[in-house]
Ligand binder design. Structure first.
Ligand code: BES
Ligand code: ZN
Ligand code: ZN
Length: 498
């Protein structure tokens, strides 16, 4: 566990953020030798003098058109981790000449901690790269902030750091160690001892009995049966708002009978990243607490595999909502499981539903592997989430769910189809439109649900196919799971709670 300590420690490696070498203790001679000009992310490690210089020039001072510019602070923290990787340094003291506001300082520290963690548990001890730093904040820094804001920052960073590491580590876990039932067990173990938290796990028998055929059809080809996980955190006083978080939880996506070809299958252990993201959010909130919100998390865990029981293209599935879906491609499985989970979520009559899913390759093509594609049915919710993502510096872009595209998910012999009648055009948007049918009870026609008042909660869908997992060209410069979206969603909930 990393630590933040509010006192000076002259023995710790002194990290100085500088945007101007003239104002710094660094000698011109040394700087010249190292060609150090204090450019943003440029570092100069002077171990003989127990110093690390970190440049901040330009990007942090200059105006930028990037609304997500606060991510530069997160990445600056990651730069420190990178500069110290391979050294024995574990104690560092921040002693900067640049004024930093506490929000940015928090981002820097979280970036440092996150970037010093690597998914290395399968490597031999010698090859492991993860490090836990003790960070001392020199008086010159600590005295800029009030004690209460330092305490708040401390709790927030620690909660987010461990939540994001949970998210990242289970996404990175190979498919043979994370199956639907092991994922469910992990959730149960995590919250067992946490006050005011309830966990319910539903097995395949329950899913069949309750008509959650979207989930059970997708899971049918696997030797491991699906599970539905429900975690609730209820505040002590009567809550004013109800929020349901939903995450796609495919522990593996082979594509099913429409098998993924030519390398498309590699990385599909990450197809439960939506569930892992919400798991992280719940973990952070269970330690930070909310006063006015009843918070739920629902995820179906399933494995999309090939076998004699696999579901097939041409199958028509009657979903939990009663709407029928013709399967056109067994690789568009996420939306089938989400259909049931989202409809179940709407039966809770919540104020808000937010889902996260590694839903489409189209989202990556459209917005790159650094961005999340955000869409929804409520402009106020869309705007408030977008501004949280901006504040946190997590790249997210709104892609409107154009009504003109809705007809492309309509079926001939079923209510809906699980792909789109147009090929290679904004597949992330047609996927979003498909999902929208399952958060609007006007479309529901399963009499067993006994719906009295047909509601449509405000809902946002995050397609995190790119942002949740990437090739290393991200702020952390770490390949694999990023933990992105966790901190923005936590910030959104905390803001909503005020
Ligand atoms: N899990 C994939 C989406 C995905 C692709 C996530 C690449 C991360 C990286 C999803 O289940 C899928 O296969 N979607 C198909 C949908 C298509 C068949 C309509 C896709 O995007 O190609
Ligand atoms: Zn798929
Ligand atoms: Zn998938």
């Amino acid at each position: 566990m990393p630590e933040i300590i509010y006192q000076s420690n002259p023995k710790a490696l002194q990290v100085e953020l500088i945007d101007n070498i003239q104002s710094s203790a660094i000698s011109d001679k040394i700087a010249k030798l190292a060609k150090f000009e204090a450019e943003y992310k440029q570092t100069f490690l002077d171990l003989a003098n127990n110093k690390l210089y970190v440049g901040t020039k330009f990007q942090l001072n200059n105006k930028t058109n990037d609304p997500f510019a606060t991510t530069l602070w997160f990445e600056l923290g990651a730069t420190i981790a990178k500069a110290l990787a391979g050294t024995d340094v574990k104690l560092i003291q921040l002693d900067n000449k640049v004024a930093i506001d506490i929000e940015n300082l928090s981002k820097l520290l979280l970036g440092l901690f996150q970037a010093s963690w690597h998914y290395d548990s399968y490597l031999s001890n010698k090859a492991r790269k993860s490090k836990s730093y003790k960070v001392y904040l020199a008086n010159s820094i600590a005295k800029q902030y009030s004690t209460s804001s330092l305490k708040k920052m401390h709790d927030q960073i620690m909660a987010l750091d461990s939540a994001m590491l949970l998210t990242r580590s289970i996404i990175n876990e190979p498919p043979e160690t994370l199956h639907p039932h092991t994922a469910a067990k992990l959730v149960q173990e995590n919250f067992r001892k946490v006050k005011s938290t309830e966990v319910k796990i539903y097995d395949e028998k329950w899913l069949v009995a309750n008509g959650m055929n979207g989930i059970t059809f997708v899971g049918r080809g696997s030797r491991y049966q699906p599970r539905l996980v429900h975690v609730a955190i209820k505040p002590r006083n009567k809550s004013k708002l109800k929020v349901v978080l939903v995450g796609k939880g495919l522990t593996y996506d082979s594509g099913g009978l429409d098998v993924k070809i030519s390398g498309g299958m590699k990385t599909m252990k990450m197809d439960m990243a939506g569930a892992a993201t919400m798991f992280g959010v719940m973990k952070a909130i269970s330690s930070l607490g909310l006063n006015n919100i009843e918070l739920h998390w629902l995820s179906a865990f399933a494995e999309n595999m090939i076998g004699p029981n696999s579901y097939k293209a041409d199958d028509i599935i009657e979903t939990y909502s009663g709407q029928t879906v013709e399967v056109h491609n067994t690789d568009a499985e996420g939306r089938l499981t989400l259909a049931d989970v989202l409809s179940y979520a709407t039966t809770f009559n919540p104020n808000y539903i937010v889902d996260a899913a590694t839903l489409t390759g189209a989202a990556i093509n459209a917005v790159s592997e650094r961005f999340t594609a955000l869409m929804g049915n409520d402009n106020k919710l869309i705007d408030s989430l977008l501004s949280q993502f901006e504040n946190e510096g997590e790249y997210t872009v709104h892609t409107p769910m154009s009504e003109s595209l809705r007809e492309v998910v309509k079926g001939d012999i079923s209510d809906l189809i699980n792909t789109a009648t147009i090929d290679r055009q904004a597949g992330h948007i047609s996927a979003g439109l498909f999902l929208s049918h399952f958060v609007n009870q006007k479309n529901f026609r399963n009499p067993k649900l006994k719906i009295k008042k047909q509601t449509e909660p405000a809902w946002v869908h995050l397609d995190i196919a790119g942002s949740a997992y990437n090739s290393g060209k991200n702020g952390l410069e770490a390949k694999g799971a990023t933990g992105q979206s966790v901190r923005s969603l936590v910030a959104w909930l905390q803001d909503l709670d005020k």
